[in-house]
Design a protein around this ligand. Structure first.
Ligand code: ACO
Length: 357
């Protein structure tokens, strides 16, 4: 009798699991600012060189948004979002239920970037909020969106990573200013039934505040008020202990990637393309070596765009599509880390162009 009860309960739970919606990506868009800066630009006014920057970071150039031309984090995000909606086949004004933006450099403290994108898209419904997880903002955003879709409360939304890191680096600090660039990437996420047994989306996100001092931006208004006469500009810039951060980044990204693959029940061989956070080519190489991940399946664009923080992964996805590395039906892996520390990995599935079904 008890056995019968147990079998019935487990089959109900299996059935309801397969009926729980999963999440797929149906559109991808990205936008880079127009102003391109190569490494020689920095060598003109500080002690550095193209050779040092390339060999220690893998970066050859990056793009800076110029607000004077109307280029800001929010405008880049809105353009990326429109492209993602067009690719998905959605009417951005009507079809979306939510917008989640990962950013640490929105145009304004209030309203949020997400609300400004909502307005730019002509969207008059749903919810929109920014999420603060530094460079890990996009993976944190995707994993948050997945919860809304799996619960059945919402059907489709936008997840955006957008930054103007040029606005928060100290232009005279050679150990940080050469690393970062600006840009935005967006994806449309939609609920889909998944009878396959292998998840379309699987995310692992974690934080460790004990390493907060490795990467920080000290001026947050409640502690160091920017209106205080003792306030100094350098407090509003990124401070980084690059050497230590390098090691922790590799260790934590390896951990969450392994957890993610195990949770999804798939091996690295089943992944079509791995897009790691583009912070330093040596971090990417070390991570690949520790995971024993084949280099030809790792996407790299740090040479062309630098570290764009929360925008790094969706820009990578958009560029890989534009270059023909992706066709639109692949299984991808991504990993990221950033200030906090926040770090995460996710497995996600492209079903491009199949939006609003
Ligand atoms: N040009 C020339 N020399 C430089 C430069 C530069 N741009 N920057 C630093 N140096 C010098 C240092 O002053 C130091 O000189 P010293 O030996 O006389 O003191 C020397 O180069 C070596 O410095 P290290 O910091 O040990 O160099 P390292 O090989 O570690 O490279 C780097 C520095 C590139 C910052 C590296 O540590 C790194 O990439 N760390 C991780 C950074 C990261 O992940 N950032 C992103 C975090 S999350 C996010 O995306 C926001």
């Amino acid at each position: 009798m008890n056995m019968k009860k147990a079998i019935t309960a487990s089959s109900i739970s299996r059935e309801s699991k397969s009926e729980t919606p999963d999440m797929v990506i149906t559109g991808v868009g990205y936008e880079l600012p127009s102003h391109e800066l190569d490494n020689h630009y920095f060598a003109r006014f500080m002690e550095t060189s193209d050779e040092w920057i390339k060999s220690r970071t893998g970066i050859s150039k990056r793009y800076y948004a110029l607000p004077i031309l109307g280029e800001t984090t929010n405008s880049l995000a809105a353009k990326a979002a429109l492209r993602a909606c067009a690719m998905a086949g959605l009417d951005a004004a009507k079809d979306l239920d939510f917008i989640i933006c990962g950013t640490l450099t929105p145009d304004e403290g209030m309203p949020t970037m997400a609300c400004s994108v909502q307005k730019a898209l002509g969207m008059k419904r749903g919810f929109a909020f920014d999420l603060s997880a530094a460079c890990a903002g996009f993976v944190f955003g995707l994993t948050t969106a997945e919860k809304f879709l799996r619960s059945g409360s919402h059907r489709r939304g936008l997840v955006i990573g957008a930054e103007s890191l040029s606005s928060i680096v100290n232009p005279l600090d050679r150990s940080t200013c050469v690393l970062f660039g600006d840009g935005a990437g967006a994806v449309v996420v939609e609920a889909r039934s998944n009878p396959s047994g292998t998840p379309y989306y699987c995310g692992q996100i974690e934080s460790d505040g004990n390493f907060a001092d490795l990467l920080c931006l000290p001026a947050g208004d409640s502690k160091i008020n920017t209106r205080d006469p003792r306030y100094s500009e350098t407090l509003a810039s990124v401070h980084m202990k690059g050497h230590e951060l390098f090691k922790v980044a590799v260790r934590y990204m390896r951990k969450v990637v392994e957890q993610c693959l195990e949770e999804a029940g798939i091996s690295g061989e089943q992944v079509d393309l791995f897009i790691p956070h583009q912070a330093n080519i040596r971090i990417i190489d070390k991570l690949a070596e520790e995971l024993n991940f084949p280099k030809d399946k790792i996407y790299v664009n740090i040479d062309r765009v630098g570290n764009t923080s929360a925008a790094s992964i969706p820009i990578g996805c958009g560029m890989a599509l534009a270059e023909g590395r992706l066709k639109g039906h692949e299984t991808l892996l991504a990993s990221s880390f950033g200030g906090g520390l926040n770090y995460g990995a996710c497995l996600f599935t492209l079903r491009l162009g199949s939006g609003a079904r």
